[in-house]
Design a protein around this ligand. Structure first.
Ligand SMILES: Cc1ncc(COP(=O)(O)O)c(C=O)c1O
Length: 422
């Protein structure tokens, strides 16, 4: 049963009237060969998604949806974006076959290298698309929330590229954990506003960004960082990240002699790199696995609820209050997940698992030692799952496993040094 218990510190759960519509129990635009389709004007993925927002944001969400629908079907917009992704962000990213790790585990590990993009993570795919849309909508100010800082850095980068003002909201805890990314954002000309409310992490940064958007909706574009928030954001961000899955599927077919990988494993915070990857494989027979942080496992330990403008899965106590997520990786420190994941989990198309901090640190070090690649702590969760499942025989020997390496570990090296020592 859906629980809707407004929290006083969440603007999307304020006393202002909530706008929502009944679920339509299907993704209306879903194609037969791929269940991950267009959620339609109501923005529902099965029972999840929707638009739970104050009245003041309704016109902004409607304008955003209409603008995105027009832009996304406009060939010149798509070509411009493809050009920027290629010439500026470095797409397509390669697939790297991990020979030594594969020998160690007895399964064939392929990495989709989002760590090699400009700014070092998949976040740039989403941000360049949304910033281009913001420009088209004649917005002059870009605001964003960030946890690990990667989305903030990407947003600040896009704002610099397109000549827009940029404000990034970041929980105070994350400001300390990710000092280097805070400095990067400042170098790129963005203002970083530390958020001191609640747990002072990503959830609170989203609240502040939503508040800013409500207050300055005229000239401001809210560039959300994952497949979360009110419709149309979860759909827009998934569409912009589908480039990962599309590229990965065709590259895997070349490497695997026309076959798809047996298993596709991706880390899940809000769920954007996972949604983008899964969109490329949802219509195949590949087994899809999303890996959450043990302390932020909304899909495995959460219950349905309404937060940040969407109906999805959240960690909550019995009174419906949102619990704090806790993880070594700031990017997975979110107590919920995007509504399309809630739906994919409920249909059984995707299995969701968890990895704990100790396994993640082991995976982080193992990939560095065996392959010369230092991963971000977020995708180290996906690797940790693969290592555990391959050693336990849960992934059969010889199976091909695609892992999306969503980001590089530079941002995390100082933190890991503190935890494991020199
Ligand atoms: C490198 C990296 N991977 C994954 C994530 C998690 O985000 P999402 O689940 O939206 O892909 C983050 C978030 O900051 C990140 O920085």
């Amino acid at each position: 049963m859906i629980r809707e218990n407004p929290r006083s510190d969440d603007p999307s759960r304020s006393s202002a009237p909530l706008v929502s519509e009944p679920p339509n129990h299907a993704a209306p635009g879903a194609r037969k060969d791929n269940p991950m389709g267009d959620p339609g004007p109501r923005g529902y993925f099965g029972d999840f998604g929707g638009q739970y927002i104050p009245e003041s944001l309704v016109p902004a969400c409607q304008e955003l949806e209409a603008s995105f629908r027009t832009a996304w079907s406009d060939r010149s917009f798509r070509e411009t974006l493809d050009g920027i992704l290629h010439n500026y962000a470095g797409r397509p990213t390669p697939i790297t076959e991990c020979k030594r790790l594969s020998d160690e585990l007895g399964v064939r590990v392929l990495l989709k290298r989002e760590d090699l993009t400009h700014t070092g993570s998949h976040k740039i795919n989403n941000v360049l698309g949304q910033a281009l849309l913001a420009k088209r909508m004649k917005k002059t100010r870009l605001i964003a929330e960030t946890g690990a800082g990667q989305h903030g850095v990407a947003a600040a980068t896009a704002a610099a590229l397109f000549g827009m003002d940029c404000v990034v909201y970041m929980g105070e805890v994350d400001v300390h954990r990710q000092e280097l990314n805070v400095f990067r954002m400042k170098l790129l000309g963005a203002e970083v506003r530390p958020v001191t409310t609640g747990s002072r992490t990503l959830k609170d940064a989203v609240n502040e960004a939503l508040r800013d958007w409500v207050a300055n909706v005229g000239q401001t574009y809210y560039c959300i960082g994952s497949v979360v928030g009110p419709h149309p954001y979860p759909w827009i961000v998934r569409e912009l990240q589908t480039v990962i899955g599309t590229e990965a599927r065709s590259a895997c077919r070349e490497i695997l002699n026309g076959a798809d990988p047996d298993v596709v494993v991706v880390c899940v915070g809000g769920g954007s790199n996972a949604a983008g990857t899964f969109a490329g494989f949802a219509g195949t027979t590949a087994q899809l696995i999303g890996v959450e942080a043990h302390g932020g496992a909304a899909m495995t330990r959460g219950i349905p609820g309404v937060v940040h403008g969407m109906k999805s899965m959240f960690l909550q106590d019995e009174d419906g209050q949102i619990l704090e997520a806790s993880s070594i990786s700031a990017g997975l420190d979110y107590p919920g997940t995007g509504p399309e994941h809630a739906w994919l989990g409920s249909t059984g198309r995707v299995r969701y698992a968890t990895a704990d901090d100790v396994e993640v640190l082991d995976a982080f070090s193992l990939l560095a030692r065996l392959e010369g690649i230092i991963p971000a702590l977020e995708p180290a969760h996906a690797l940790a799952f693969v290592i555990r499942a391959a050693r336990a025989g849960e992934i059969p020997s010889g199976a091909s496993v695609l892992v999306t390496l969503s980001g590089r570990g530079d941002k995390d090296v100082a933190q890991v040094l503190e935890v494991i020592g020199p």
